[in-house]
Design a protein around this ligand. Structure first.
Ligand SMILES: NC(=O)c1ccc[n+]([C@@H]2O[C@H](COP(=O)([O-])OP(=O)(O)OC[C@H]3O[C@@H](n4cnc5c(N)ncnc54)[C@H](O)[C@@H]3O)[C@@H](O)[C@H]2O)c1
Length: 332
């Protein structure tokens, strides 16, 4: 059996609880790959993590390799093939008597976490490691981590697959088709309410979803806010943020990066802009992506951007630029 090392931060959190069994069940990396898991947590939570580890052992998956629980990021990411950065500090937490509500405060606190993690990944993870940031604010955390890692042979992603899955589900329901009939779903920009889940280039059985649905008012005033605010709606209903669907999207992203994309389709994740579609170079920006047969990941070019889409792409770019400005001290 082939072996790979997968490091996951936030191992005792709720997303990890749904994610970890699926990483070692054969589903994500294949039936013939043994997965060595390195679970990274803050020291106060290591005991709780032991409980999760007991459950992973009790699943009895034959693809489960070694298991390490650690609060030392260097030990955790050593020789990692994949690093899933799930752990972060949620909005609303009280630190030093202050409730963290502002996105700018959240950016700075989590940014601090991602500087250390990024530099450890750059030094100790494998040269061809792939890194997926799930912890919010995901794009800017990835920007900080990638800068600190300073290792151009590794590839960083921020997760927008959950937004893509949400968008596909809404379009499929509206059009009365199966979700597998919806393809080419691109999430442009930031994993935040400014994201643009593109309904014009998404296809339903090969035809533009916007054309099939033929209801501009619904697309612009119902569909977009519904997808953009779906995370908040889940929190309001469940009293906790999306976990099973977030874990599922992380698995989808790993599989999309590790396997060639079906001809004519795309997958959604945020990666460092190379200037495509006028987005400033280096910003971690959600794009339609494709994994080629040689394993390289590229931004799909020549997608038609109409005036409406361009205005949405401009707003999400502005937001990412202001986030970058807020954490500029953490970038090297
Ligand atoms: N990108 C997306 O689509 C998406 C979707 C849902 C949730 N999220 C984000 O994912 C993150 C995790 O969500 P959750 O519901 O699992 O949260 P959670 O609070 O249940 O778990 C987070 C875990 O991270 C750990 N952690 C904090 N700092 C850490 C550090 N420095 N190193 C290692 N572990 C650390 C915490 O101890 C905790 O166990 C949140 O930031 C959430 O906003 C992203």
């Amino acid at each position: 059996m082939k072996e790979i090392n997968v490091a996951v931060t936030g191992g005792a959190g709720q997303i990890a609880y749904s994610l970890l069994p699926r990483l070692i069940s054969g589903e994500t990396f294949g039936e013939n790959t043994k997965v060595n898991l390195r679970l990274i947590e803050i020291p106060q939570v290591l005991e709780k993590l032991e409980g999760t580890i007991m459950e992973l052992i009790d699943c009895g998956f034959k693809q489960m390799g070694s298991l390490i629980a650690t609060a030392d990021i260097k030990e955790g990411v050593k020789d990692a093939d994949w690093v899933l950065l799930v752990g972060s500090i949620p909005r609303g937490i009280v630190i030093d008597g202050k409730k963290i509500e502002e996105r700018s405060d959240l950016l700075k606190i989590n940014g601090g976490i991602f500087t250390d993690q990024g530099s450890a990944i750059g030094k100790y993870a494998k040269p061809n490691a792939k890194i997926l940031v799930v912890g919010n604010p995901a794009n800017t955390n990835a920007l900080i981590g990638m800068n600190q890692a300073n290792n151009s042979s590794q590839q960083w992603f921020a997760m927008t697959a959950l937004d893509a899955n949400r968008a596909k589900a809404q379009l499929a329901t509206k059009a009365g088709v199966d979700i597998s009939d919806v393809t080419n779903m691109a999430i442009w920009g930031n994993h935040s309410p400014t994201m643009y889940p593109d309904p014009y280039n998404a296809l339903i059985n090969g035809v533009s979803a916007a054309e099939v649905i033929n209801d501009k008012e619904w697309i612009e005033n119902s569909y977009l806010p519904l997808v953009q605010q779906r995370g908040k709606a889940v929190i309001d209903a469940r009293g906790a943020s999306s976990a099973a669907s977030a874990a599922n999207a992380a698995i989808d992203t790993v599989k999309s990066v590790d396997n060639p994309t079906e001809k004519g389709d795309c997958f959604s994740a945020a990666i460092a802009s190379n200037g495509s579609y006028g987005v400033p170079k280096g910003l971690i920006f959600g794009y339609p992506l494709r994994t080629n047969l040689d394993g390289s990941v590229e931004i799909i070019q020549d997608i038609k951007i109409n005036e409406f889409a361009q205005s949405k792409i401009n707003s999400t770019t502005e937001e990412l630029l202001s986030e970058r400005e807020a954490v500029k001290d953490l970038l090297i």
